[in-house]
Design a protein around this ligand. Structure first.
Ligand SMILES: [Mg+2]
Length: 268
């Protein structure tokens, strides 16, 4: 009996030691796990598929109406689209981060961009071909850095996207604010529609998010947004996230997790 008690106590102590040896989950890993949930939705949910198809279908309807009522102008009609999580599906990159317990870094992102193997998102190719068939000029305005211009162009061409040519791809050189690049296109084009997964893909006005996180701005500009911008869902990352962090993305993972908890309305 004594021997049995001894064996049980030794086994119990070993089990306790085993548990205490398990590495605690770091704040970075917790953030990465939250990204995993968003990535599963974006990459694998039927709801995401339907949302994109619906959004791009509305885009086609708006283009059709706008082309039918186009006023005489020397300016050529055009459409401006963002690339990442608008036309290109980078969810495999986000999946890699989750599976490795990592978060975004410019190194891992550039490696992914250089692979040039992003697929097109649901509805994007059909929308682009429709715009092309209407005679619209298509401009891809993205905040990918200019250093990945060649693989990005190659990716668009591999997907056989219309007007995937050098002059139609405007990447980031110095700043992420897209206003200048939009103005360049506007110099001799009439922009009928913008498409993106960030409100700033439409206007930089939406970068100034205060305590309402930009929701007040959406209300203020609701009419023109619904007429001129196709908003696509992206729960994985975006300006909405930095707004939660007080527009300071350099905060630590622990601070970011705390701010995520703090911002939630639970009606307890
Ligand atoms: Mg984007």
């Amino acid at each position: 009996m004594r021997l049995l008690l001894f064996i049980i106590s030794v086994l119990t102590i070993n089990a306790c030691q085993q548990i205490s040896k398990e590495k605690p989950i770091s704040a970075d890993e917790k953030l990465s796990m939250q990204l995993g949930n968003a990535t599963v939705w974006f990459q694998q949910s039927a709801e995401m598929e339907a949302s994109f198809l619906q959004a791009y279908d509305k885009g086609k309807m708006l283009l059709k109406i706008k082309m039918d009522t186009l006023s005489d102008s020397n300016l050529k009609p055009a459409v401006i689209l963002d690339l990442d999580e608008t036309v290109l599906d980078n969810s495999p990159y986000e999946a890699r981060l989750f599976l490795k317990g990592e978060n975004y870094s410019s190194e891992s992102w550039e490696k992914w961009c250089n692979e040039a193997q992003a697929d097109a998102l649901p509805g994007a190719v059909e929308f682009l071909n429709f715009a092309d068939s209407l005679g619209l000029k298509i401009f891809y305005v993205s905040n990918r850095k200019i250093g990945v211009f060649e693989p990005t162009l190659k990716n668009l061409q591999t997907l056989k996207l219309p007007q995937a040519e050098k002059d139609h791809l405007l990447l980031r050189t110095t700043k992420s604010d897209k206003t200048e690049r939009r103005e360049m296109v506007k110099a001799d084009h009439q922009i009928l529609l913008y498409v993106g997964d960030n409100l700033t893909d439409y206007s930089q006005v939406f970068a100034e998010r205060d305590s309402t996180l930009g929701k007040d701005l959406v209300k203020k500009h609701q009419k023109e947004l619904l007429q001129n911008f196709i908003m696509l869902p992206n729960p994985m990352y975006g300006e909405w996230e930095s707004a939660v962090y007080g527009n300071d993305f350099s905060k630590s993972a622990t601070e970011k997790l705390e701010l995520r908890k703090k911002i939630l309305e639970s009606k307890f």
